[in-house]
Design a binder for this molecule. Structure first.
Ligand SMILES: [Zn+2]
Ligand SMILES: [Zn+2]
Length: 267
């Protein structure tokens, strides 16, 4: 069977995605996906990244909107309730409360900050750290996220490569250590195809890069394939190519979620 799910879709509430939610759903139906989920950027306190996420006061509305959509499209496609949770050290209690307050089907955990000043996208411009230090800080954040127990799926594993130049061996050595930590934590990782539409990457590639996906398969880390859509036409982007890669590397099952319980389907 082909890839059946796309769990990483944003909504205009995060202020940098476009298009009505219905257009994302219709695109997914057109592509033959069976189950999709919205996972918009979560609110954070103290104005943290306030221009790229929904407000605290909008979270109730977001949840209700997705649940209404689930009802509206029942029988046509399954719609799950997710959230992309920014992991920020020191906010663990806040995040634990937020992610258990609603009937989420899964939480995608992401690291977008190297410290309170240094956000992804700005990393290449104003980041005070040299590239290996950026890798070290980013992947240390991913390991803490994996250990935190706050999420079900690790977002765009090596997205640090988007804003930085090629690291040395020392920077790259963070990758196997971090994969091992995800394996130990027993959580799922996404293959995020948004890299295929990011022109700043030296060549079209997902997050993580395909050789790292192969390592994850070898470690039997549970996987999902996600588009990280910020516009309806990005839903399911490049899924067929990734599917071929998974087949060639003997990955025969992918994860799915419901009320934060994981199961698998055969690919
Ligand atoms: Zn986004
Ligand atoms: Zn992200």
């Amino acid at each position: 069977m082909p890839i059946q799910t796309d769990y990483h879709m944003h909504t205009p509430l995060c202020q940098h995605a476009v298009g009505p939610l219905e257009a994302y759903v219709e695109r997914a139906i057109e592509l033959g996906l069976r189950e999709i989920g919205f996972s918009d950027h979560n609110p954070l306190p103290n104005g943290y990244g306030a221009n790229v996420r929904m407000k605290e006061s909008e979270l109730d509305y977001y949840v209700q909107r997705v649940l209404d959509l689930r009802f509206q499209y029942r029988g046509k496609i399954e719609i799950l309730l997710g959230l992309e949770m920014d992991f920020v050290e020191g906010l663990e209690n806040y995040l634990a409360e937020q992610t258990t307050r609603y009937p989420f089907d899964y939480i995608i955990g992401a690291v977008h900050y190297l410290d309170s000043q240094c956000r992804l996208g700005a990393w290449s411009r104003d980041c005070p750290y040299p590239v290996d230090e950026q890798y070290a800080r980013y992947f240390a954040g991913i390991r803490k996220l994996a250990q935190s127990g706050l999420c079900d799926i690790i977002a765009h594993f090596d997205v640090v490569k988007r804003s930085t130049r090629q690291p040395s061996e020392r920077g790259l050595s963070e990758i196997p250590v971090t994969l091992a930590e995800i394996k130990r934590a027993g959580i799922c990782m996404e293959i995020n195809t948004s890299g295929y539409r990011h022109p700043e990457l030296p060549e079209p590639q997902p997050y993580p890069t395909l050789p790292v996906v192969a390592e994850a398969i070898a470690l039997s880390i549970p996987l999902v394939v996600n588009s990280d859509s910020h516009a309806p036409e990005q839903v399911g982007l490049a899924f067929s190519g990734v599917e071929g890669f998974l087949h060639r590397n003997n990955c025969r099952q992918l994860a799915r979620f419901e009320r934060r319980q994981r199961s698998f389907y055969t690919l």
